[in-house]
Ligand binder design. Structure first.
Ligand code: ADP
Ligand code: MG
Length: 392
């Protein structure tokens, strides 16, 4: 379902509360090590400022669990945002309360206020109605640009929308439009590439995509559980014994749609420098473990991806954190990058992999939300998306 965006909102002379995802990584000194998430929100913030709004930003940072944690204060974020915007960002001492209310009510068009870490209050994650209302009352209009937290029904992502007209920011719009288009109305062939560590965390994704795609390619440790379901020996590989039955079921349901590795890279240990070799899946040695897909599998999967018109990828093909075991993941990233298809990568580790490999900008859409993109791919309605005004 398409949602109204800030383009549909009248924001001139209004105060606009924007839920952003400024949950950036910090080093031990509390310095920001990667400001991608802050930069990603700039188009929405700048649009609102240019259209005469005062902008009030609300985000969480880390897991303070409902208490004030000084290390998780947003002052470094405010300073980085100032640099990126080239203008002053007022940093509030809290996210609600009389002092914040007073600062907010004094804002003029073009001004930016960053509220303190909203998870300092337990009411945020509890989606407390009084707290949500206090946040809402700081502004006239609510905008959600934090796709990464849209799968959580918290006060600042969901509750707040009960009290103010709610619109999608540009980042949210891109996430739900691109992924929505792929799932609801894909240009075919539609191919999904699913890997990662476990079948159990991806059951919903596998089930939902299996109904929609023309081909589903399996890699990563997840493939081992499927290989076991086909009665292959998997040696010391990571296998979810209790999910072998489920893999059998998916194999039956998927029939010819589902492709499994035909060869794999095995290693004596899941570490750099370990002895490795390429073997057919029928020849996995008892004392070794699968760490990557093999060259023949890479070739087959790359061909399928090359002929696709829509590709969704979630989950690395091997233990890509070890460079020697990253070949399959790299090859798939390259296949997506060089294809003309609408390509989508979702999932924390998969996104990290394409970014590490410097291929993110060659992919149509790299989702910013790990858990949220998984739930989206499961076909679930995200609470933070549901509350936004429908377009029509
Ligand atoms: P995402 O975050 O993209 O959804 P997952 O969290 O499901 O992906 O899986 C990523 C993890 O899977 C990585 O840490 C990677 O090392 C691991 N993995 C992939 N293939 C294997 C394998 N053959 N054996 C063990 N772990 C693997
Ligand atoms: Mg992960």
């Amino acid at each position: 379902m398409a949602k109204q965006t800030i383009r549909d909102a009248d924001v001139s002379g209004k105060r606009v509360l924007v839920r952003v995802d400024f949950n950036v990584p910090l080093d031990k000194q509390g310095r920001i090590t990667d400001d991608t998430r802050i930069r990603a929100a700039l188009p929405t913030i700048q649009y609102l400022l240019q259209h005469g709004a005062a902008v009030i930003l609300v985000t969480h940072l880390g897991r303070p669990d409902g208490k004030v944690v000084d290390k998780l204060r947003l002052d470094p974020v405010a300073r980085r945002l100032e640099e990126l915007l080239g203008g002053t960002v007022i940093k509030a001492p809290d996210s609600v309360g009389p002092e914040v209310r007073q600062i907010a009510s004094g804002l003029r068009p073009g001004q930016v206020l960053l509220l303190e870490n909203v998870r300092f209050h337990p009411e945020e994650e509890a989606n407390d109605a009084v707290f949500a209302r206090q946040l809402a009352e700081l502004a006239d209009v609510y905008v959600d640009d934090a796709f990464g937290t849209a799968h959580r029904a918290h006060a600042s992502t969901s509750g707040v929308a009960a009290y103010r007209p709610a619109y999608a920011g540009f980042l949210m719009e891109k996430e739900i439009d691109t992924m929505g288009r792929a799932l609801e109305n894909p240009e075919r062939p539609f191919v999904a590439l699913i890997g990662g560590a476990k079948v159990s965390t991806k059951i919903g994704v596998l089930n939902n995509l299996l109904d929609k795609v023309d081909r589903l390619l399996i890699g990563g440790a997840m493939a081992n559980t499927f290989l076991r379901a086909q009665a292959y020996d998997t040696g010391k590989s990571l296998v979810e014994e209790d999910k072998v039955g489920l893999a059998e079921e998916l194999l039956r349901k998927g029939d010819e749609k589902l492709l499994l590795p035909v060869d794999v890279v095995v290693a004596s240990k899941p570490e750099a420098g370990a002895e490795t070799k390429v073997v057919p899946v029928s020849g996995i040695p008892a004392e070794m473990l699968v760490v990557d897909i093999g060259p023949e599998t890479i070739q087959t999967y790359a061909d399928v991806v090359a002929n696709a018109k829509t590709v969704v990828w979630n989950g690395p093909m091997g233990i890509f954190e070890v460079p020697e075991f990253a070949r399959g993941t790299r090859a798939m990233a390259e296949a997506l990058a060089s294809s003309q298809a609408l390509s989508i990568v979702g999932g924390g580790d998969s996104v990290a992999a394409v970014e590490q490999m410097g291929l993110a900008d060659k992919i149509t859409h790299v989702s910013t939300g790990g858990g949220a993109s998984l739930e989206f791919l499961e076909g679930r309605t995200l609470p933070g998306v549901e509350v936004l005004r429908n377009a029509d």
